[in-house]
Each structure stands twice: as structure tokens, then as C-alpha cells.
Design a protein around this ligand. Structure first.
Ligand code: NVA
Length: 260
């Protein structure tokens, strides 16, 4: 029988409502050769990995987004031809899942990381300590700032939504904190001459979605974390990045069977 995927959505699976996470993990492990979890609670993916007995891939949690990083690194490698020594700047909600994984992924391969975020949205101590350890090992630098003054050394500008899954009540607060951190052409002009723009998507760069339209009605903004101009510019490699999700997740799945 050939391999085939099975999707279990919110209404198909419980993780602790009537069946414990441990029992569900053990049952799924008997039925599938691998499990990708994309949800919110990071403890669930840890529980699955502990109990399922088959490879478990983190497809996104509230804490990390590690599979995204492989696509991001591949996109940078394709564009620049190398990784070690590049400088990536994550702009915006500097303590979200994507920022966390980007930081660790980049530092591990020797890419310098700058987090440009307001104080309230900077990474916590646990993440910072882990990042410093990775930086020490690879020789890369790790830098957190509120100021745009160091952008001239940046090769890659990366941003993500201002409000991540589960935080939908925080739009007003985030807009107040982050409107000065929008990635627009003025910000891009402060970066290195041949810099590129990356975003894990979905992005609020225009009014083509119902959520963006609602935000515009409420707060009067037609673009949030990235301007439409930058999103559609030549520097923007967001669709290469999206395509690379496909290639890298396949590689991760294959690699899992050689490492367990
Ligand atoms: N930070 C975003 C990532 C989406 C891929 C979120 O958690 O919603």
C-alpha cells in the first residue's frame, strides 16, 4: 500500500478532553508512520513526541515554528549562495514562534541575528540564554534592539504578523506598540544594498482578506507588518520561501527515518 496522508482536525481529536494526550499519542503511533502537529499548545507536540513512538514534526506551536526555518535557510542559501556570516533582522513581535525559531535556526548555522522590537515584545530570558549559547558555538552574533540605527549591516529583513494565533484580542495593543516597526521602503532603505525581504505568510500587506478589511474599518490601517510596496518588491522572496516549505518538509521527513 502506498503512503498517504490523513488530516485530523480540531473536531476529530481531543488531546486531553476525554482521552489523555498520552493515550492519543500511543494510538496514533500505532496507526501512522509519522505525525505532524500544527496547533497552538507547545506541550501537545512534546507529549506526542514522548509517547507516539514514531517521528513527530512540529508544524507550528505557540512557542516554535522550526520547520519554517528550513525553508527560510534554503531561500537564503539559494539567493546568496552561502549562510555563514549573513545578518538577519527580525522586525516586529520579537518573541513570537517564528522569531524564536528563526533566531535559533540562524545562530546554529552561523548567521548573525538582530531582533528589532519594542521592549515589551523582545525575547524572554530563556530564549535569550539559548540563543547566546548557539551564538557562542557558531561564532555568530546575537543582538536585541529597539533602534533602527544598526540596519545598515542587515542582509535579510524578516517579519511576521503582529498578532499570532490565539492572541486575536490584542490587535489594538500590538498596533500601538508596533506601528513604528512596519517593514516599509523607508526601513528597507536603511539596510544593506542587496538586502532581501522574507515573511512566513500569511501577511497583512493589502486589503484582500476579510480580516484585513475588519482591521481597516476598526483602526484605519490598510497595511500592517509590511507595506504592499515591499511585499511586492524585487527584494521580496516570499513566494520562493513558500515553495521551499514543500521541499524542506519532505527532506525533514526523509531525514527522520535515518536518525531514529
Ligand atoms: N506567528 C504566526 C505564524 C503563522 C505561520 C502565528 O502564530 O499565527
Amino acid at each position: 500500500m502506498g503512503a498517504h496522508p490523513e488530516y485530523l482536525g480540531q473536531s476529530d481529536i481531543q488531546f486531553g478532553k476525554k482521552e489523555s494526550l498520552e493515550d492519543t499519542a500511543k494510538v496514533l503511533g500505532r496507526m501512522f508512520d509519522g505525525i505532524e502537529y500544527r496547533g497552538s499548545n507547545h506541550a501537545v507536540v512534546e507529549g506526542l513526541a514522548k509517547h507516539a513512538g514514531v517521528p513527530v514534526w512540529n508544524g507550528l506551536t505557540d512557542k516554535w515554528h522550526p520547520t519554517q526555518m528550513f525553508a527560510d535557510l534554503l531561500t537564503m542559501k539559494e539567493h546568496f549562495g552561502y549562510l555563514k556570516g549573513l545578518t538577519v533582522c527580525f522586525v516586529g513581535d520579537g518573541r513570537n514562534n517564528v522569531a524564536n525559531s528563526l533566531t535559533i535556526g540562524c545562530l546554529k548555522v552561523g548567521i548573525n541575528v538582530m531582533i528589532l522590537a519594542p521592549k515589551k515584545l523582545q525575547p524572554d530570558v530563556e530564549l535569550t540564554e539559548l540563543a547566546q549559547q548557539c551564538a557562542k558555538k557558531s561564532g555568530a552574533s546575537y543582538f536585541i534592539t529597539e533602534e533602527q540605527s544598526a540596519l545598515n549591516t542587515v542582509d535579510v529583513v524578516y517579519t511576521d504578523v503582529w498578532v499570532s494565533m490565539g492572541e486575536e484580542s490584542l490587535y489594538e495593543e500590538r498596533i500601538t506598540l508596533l506601528h513604528k516597526y512596519q517593514v516599509n521602503q523607508t526601513l528597507m532603505d536603511k539596510t544593506g544594498k542587496n538586502s532581501i525581504f522574507l515573511h512566513c505568510l500569511p501577511a497583512f500587506h493589502d486589503l484582500e482578506t476579510t480580516v484585513a478589511q475588519k482591521i481597516q474599518r476598526q483602526y484605519g490601517l490598510s497595511e500592517l507588518e509590511v507595506s504592499d510596496e515591499v511585499f511586492r518588491s524585487e527584494a521580496s522572496l516570499v513566494y520562493d520561501q513558500a515553495e521551499n516549505r514543500l521541499h524542506t518538509i519532505k527532506a525533514i521527513m526523509v531525514a527522520s527515518y535515518y536518525t531514529i
